[in-house]
Ligand binder design. Structure first.
Ligand code: NDP
Length: 319
């Protein structure tokens, strides 16, 4: 390998959420000395550690019976990966060339090469873009009912959105909340008929039509939402203690357009039951290729799969 530049690695992992860090732990323990390009802290969408950095308490990750803070969990995973020789680069990948091996990855004008690539760039929840929204995220504002619904037992909360996700979240949240207001910006739902019926039939869900959120109230935790009726112009304050933003997700795949096969919605395509992408030697794991489960533990599980797929592929004389 003497022809390789100094920045050559067996494996480069792009992204450092639960999927990327689990892939790092496994490939590091397989003596592959992975380089993780972990993202940049300034950004709200592709920060090191991924979406868990935007959450507070995680109660559903096995092994933490009393819960663990999302950022703390990611820090521990990072330490665990580092312990076995993972190298970290705190930066954002700006371009890739996977057309020949070794694969090329650029961070601005610095070139890194690798025999195999694991893509774990994750996804991001679309947000409303309100000033107080990011500050109150994890403090009443959430993008994940499965994760946070439990914290809203006996409370009155709202869900924003009119698609299948919004109705799925609202329905799930009725297990905990006394009442769920579904804030829909038009006078009809985008969701499938069967999901619409589910919402309409649920006595705990109240659909509030033609309504957008203008502002969120509260300093340390959410105390209310200022909403506006687009038909009448009327502005009211809803005394909700929880607000779930369910207006869709976007996978972080801009880098891979025209490079890796993706679905119409931008999620990477992996061969069923594996982490193989359409490019041999490039593997994908975590939310970037999963719009169904989107859980830390499933992301970690697929990160493990990617590491094993990578190791076996390299072993089969591609390294
Ligand atoms: P969608 O894009 O389908 O729906 C987004 C919803 O959010 C729409 O009602 C949209 O309103 C609304 N919205 C978007 N931006 C704003 C905003 N700024 N303010 C207020 N409302 C806004 O996303 P989903 O995540 O719901 O679904 C994504 C895909 O996943 C779909 O194909 C869906 O069918 C699928 N899915 C299926 C499920 C199931 O079958 N169980 C569960 C979850 C998802 P508008 O309609 O006005 O654009």
């Amino acid at each position: 390998m003497s022809h390789h530049p100094l920045s050559h690695h067996h494996v480069i992992i792009i992204g450092s959420g639960p999927a990327g860090l689990t892939a790092a732990i496994y490939t590091a323990r397989a003596n592959l000395a992975p380089l993780v390009i972990e993202g940049e802290p300034s950004s709200t969408s592709d920060q090191p550690g991924g979406q868990l950095m935007l959450t507070t308490e995680v109660e559903n990750f096995p092994g933490f019976p009393t819960g663990i803070m999302g950022p703390e969990l990611m820090l521990q995973c990072r330490d665990q990966a580092a312990r076995f020789g993972t190298e970290f680069l705190t930066a954002k990948v700006t371009a890739v060339d996977f057309s020949e091996r070794p694969f090329k990855v650029w961070v601005r004008d610095e070139l890194y090469t690798a025999d195999a690539i694991i893509v774990s760039t994750g996804a991001q929840s679309l947000m409303l873009g309100l000033e107080n929204e990011s500050r109150l995220l994890g403090h009443g504002v959430s993008t994940c009912a499965t994760c946070d619904g439990f914290f809203f037992r006996g409370q009155e909360i709202a869900v924003v959105g009119g698609g299948d996700s919004a109705i799925e979240e609202a329905t799930f949240l009725t297990k905990f909340a006394t009442k769920v207001l579904l804030l829909v910006r038009r006078d009809e739902l985008r969701a499938s008929k069967i999901m619409q019926q589910r919402a309409l039939n649920n006595p705990k869900i109240e659909i509030v039509w033609n309504t957008v959120v203008d502002d969120l109230l509260g300093t340390d935790k959410l105390e209310g939402a200022v909403v506006r009726n687009l038909a009448t112009g009327a502005v009211t304050t809803l005394p909700v203690t929880g607000l779930f933003v369910a207006i869709g997700h976007r996978p972080n795949t801009d880098l891979f357009k025209g490079v890796l096969q993706m679905e119409d919605n931008g999620y990477l395509v992996t061969q069923p039951g594996s982490t193989y992408t359409n490019v041999e030697g490039v593997f994908a794991c975590g939310d970037v290729q999963d719009h169904t489960y989107r859980q830390a533990v499933t992301a970690a599980g697929s990160g493990c799969m990617a590491a094993i797929d990578t190791e076996r592929w390299l072993e089969a004389a591609h390294g």
